[in-house]
Ligand binder design. Structure first.
Ligand code: UDP
Ligand code: MG
Length: 319
């Protein structure tokens, strides 16, 4: 007889970077929530090159509890890659992704799971309020999410992080997206299916320092914009047309000044005309190169062309 593999109902994936002081409380709150929901579950911690005692703590937790597992990366690869590594080993029919610093409350998992049962493939937590984060962080985050939603083609939900539950089908598509600069919240939006949200208050980090420095945040913001928008590339051609338009008006003025008003300095007209003309032409050419680059980039990303939700295809019988 075939042995039937029992997938857990829920896998919880948590990226960990120097969270030694939070892991015990985190595991305890997670367990008590998950036990209450009476589902089969697994918890997967991804140690993203922590330099503190996190890995040792994860090892002892995994040894003591069969529902807890861990992977440890060889160095710090960053939050998004750590989550991807967790998704690669998660076997649940649904996968929850959440931070390991207790900013995403484990107590929301039953709500996310219940909402999913109403017929959604993705339920993300939307932060209605962020506790204890600096004014600058909130302001830059707010600005970034709005800018992003204005210049991208996929509807990336505003004010959400990576705290979400996803159906195994969505996770399967994510794994087929081999792009190296991961921007998971955008990729999940790109995958489609039925997506909705549950509001929550984002707590203060329990202990320790944020692993996201401003430097990492800026790089992350660039990844988001460049993976989901070719707007920056198209800016050159837009600028080119604007400069050329202005140049054209100035050319008329220059010619009038030279030929009609006779108000000019020797050589002025030809210099101005050639500078303006060449400037416009150059920007348009850069824009054209940008258009091709955008297409090359699109192909290099290697995303699937489409994702099928359901299908029924009848093949005619051949006689
Ligand atoms: N994290 C990670 N690798 C990193 C930075 C952060 O795995 O290089 C983890 C971190 O342990 C936490 C989550 O990603 O579980 C979110 O990080 P952080 O709290 O620093 O971000 P913030 O909440 O400030 O956005
Ligand atoms: Mg945090």
């Amino acid at each position: 007889m075939n042995e039937q593999i029992l997938h857990p109902d829920i896998s919880v994936v948590l990226p960990v970077f120097n969270e030694e002081k939070n892991l015990a409380a985190l595991a305890q709150r997670l367990k008590s929530v998950l036990e209450q929901t009476q589902v089969r579950y697994e918890v997967i911690f991804v140690n993203d090159g922590s330099t503190d005692n996190s890995l040792a703590i994860l090892k002892s937790m995994a040894a003591a509890d069969s529902s807890i597992g861990y992977i440890s990366l060889s160095r710090n690869f960053g939050h998004q890659v750590a989550i991807s590594a967790g998704l690669d080993v998660a076997t649940g029919n649904a996968v929850v992704v959440m931070d390991a610093d207790l900013q995403d409350p484990p107590e929301l998992i039953p709500d996310l799971y219940a909402k999913m049962q109403e017929g959604f493939e993705v339920v993300y937590g939307r932060r209605v309020y962020r506790k204890g984060e600096s004014f600058l962080k909130k302001l830059t985050a707010k600005f970034f999410y709005r800018l992003l939603s204005n210049i991208t083609h996929v509807a990336i939900p505003i004010d959400t992080g990576d705290f979400r539950i996803m159906d195994a089908r969505v996770v399967k598509v994510l794994k087929q997206m081999p792009e190296r600069n991961k921007f998971l919240r955008g990729q999940v939006a790109w995958v489609g299916f039925r997506q909705t949200w549950v509001d929550f208050v984002r707590d203060e980090r329990l202990d320790g320092k944020p692993g996201y420095t401003y430097r990492k945040m800026i790089r992350f913001a660039f990844d988001g914009i460049t993976s989901f928008s070719d707007f920056p590339l198209k800016m050159a051609s837009m600028l080119g047309f604007i400069v050329s338009g202005i140049a054209f008006l100035l050319m008329i003025y220059t010619l009038l000044a030279r030929l009609v008003f006779k108000d000019y300095v020797e050589g002025w007209a030809s210099i101005i005309l050639s500078v303006l003309f060449l400037g416009g032409v150059q920007l348009i050419c850069i824009g054209i190169a940008g258009e091709y680059l955008a297409r090359v980039f699109n192909n290099v990303q290697g995303r699937p062309l489409y994702v099928v939700d359901e299908q029924e295809i009848k093949k005619e019988k051949q006689s």
